[in-house]
Design a protein around this ligand. Sequence first.
Ligand code: PLP
Length: 453
Amino acid sequence: MLTNLQARDVETLIHPYTNLVAVRETGPLILERGKGVWVTDVDGKPYLEGMAGLWCTALGYGNEELVEAAAEQMRKLPFTHIFGGKSHDPAIELAEKLKEMAPVPISKVFFTCSGSEANDTQMKLVWYMNNALGRPKKKKIISRMRAYHGVTIASASLTGLAGNHNDFDLPIAGVRHTTCPHHYRLAEAGESEEDFATRLAADLEALILAEGPETVAAFIAEPVMGAGGVIVPPKTYYPKIQAVLEKYDVFFIADEVICGFGRLGTTFGSEAMEMKPDSISIAKALSSAYQPIGAVMIPEIMYEALLTESAKLGSFGHGYTYSGHPVAAAVAVKTLEIYERESIFERVRAKIPQFAARRAALEDHPLVGEARGAGLVAGIELVADKKTKHQFDPKLGVAAKTVAFCQQEGLILRNVFGDAVTICPPLVISPAEIDELFDRLTRALDRTLDWAV
Ligand code: PLP
């Protein structure tokens, strides 16, 4: 029986990434407030937010400094755009700060309102750059199976998940997907991580050669895949991939929308994963999700191409009304200030051993095939048979059931791909709360086991 608020919800809202038939029966979980890593529903029940919302509320809930930064900017100047040569202080300050923090030399920053728009912009800028550089055939973008880069037409095309393509008539032309670096599922019998990485780099090279290197413009990758089920590639994967990209003059885009700003214990995931990208997409933790803001950070060679095109066409014809929105930019500036002042990333590094130990211990559970992760992000893959890695019938929805049991236990996690349960708490989670998270998850796994057998 739905509550009044739930009934009003299902009669009016389309929920993203939701089974729209099922939610009409169950109604949504309606949350009302939050503090630290905890959120509370309309009935007053608290939940540990083990996914930081959607991998994004890095500083947790109820951060008064961020609220104040937004309020102050709203009072001063709630909106002004940066089109046609206008600007404002928060956007300038944020761009300066990002250039300083970037893991590779960055020339300029372009602001968007989301991660999808950032990756869309990346694709457009790569095409634009190659036109300016006089190589109009070099336009294809290679992504990876199980990648997640967003949902706009271009970024959903880069995404390598069937659920984002089926019946949307995607991907668009010019996008290819190479092998996902998931050793547990895709390694051949006895293949070491190192050999697996070598094979994947060879797969990429074969794809580039089959397409024609003169047609391949860019390769895009999340340092650690998130929505594909949290896939951490082998240690030597990126150096091997990077060598192939350099050989064929293929631009390297890092999608740091989840890994950027401390998730792996480093400022950017690229540092932890030994990536040297040409350009970078960011969003989510850039403002700790208190405001919708994303960005692309681009190198000098790309900026020069934009200058050439501006001279030729009269203007750089791209931008969103809310590119560099002053309130979002002010909140992001404050977020970056807090990360630095409170040594948030160092403190993440101190918490990683405990998080990793609790994660690894889950592999003793009869349902858990692989408990993988890096930094403060993890993917727990449930299997019907640990020895053979045999999967459950997808129709059973085993991981979805675990997530439902978690919710009953007062823990919010997600089931994003197959039978993987994902964990990505706010970076400010305390050691006691890390234990609480894994204790609640273990109880939910035990209940799933009772239910499944
Ligand atoms: N890139 C990655 C790695 C993401 O995880 C996401 C969202 O989860 C996106 C891009 C898309 O971001 P948004 O949902 O803000 O459009």
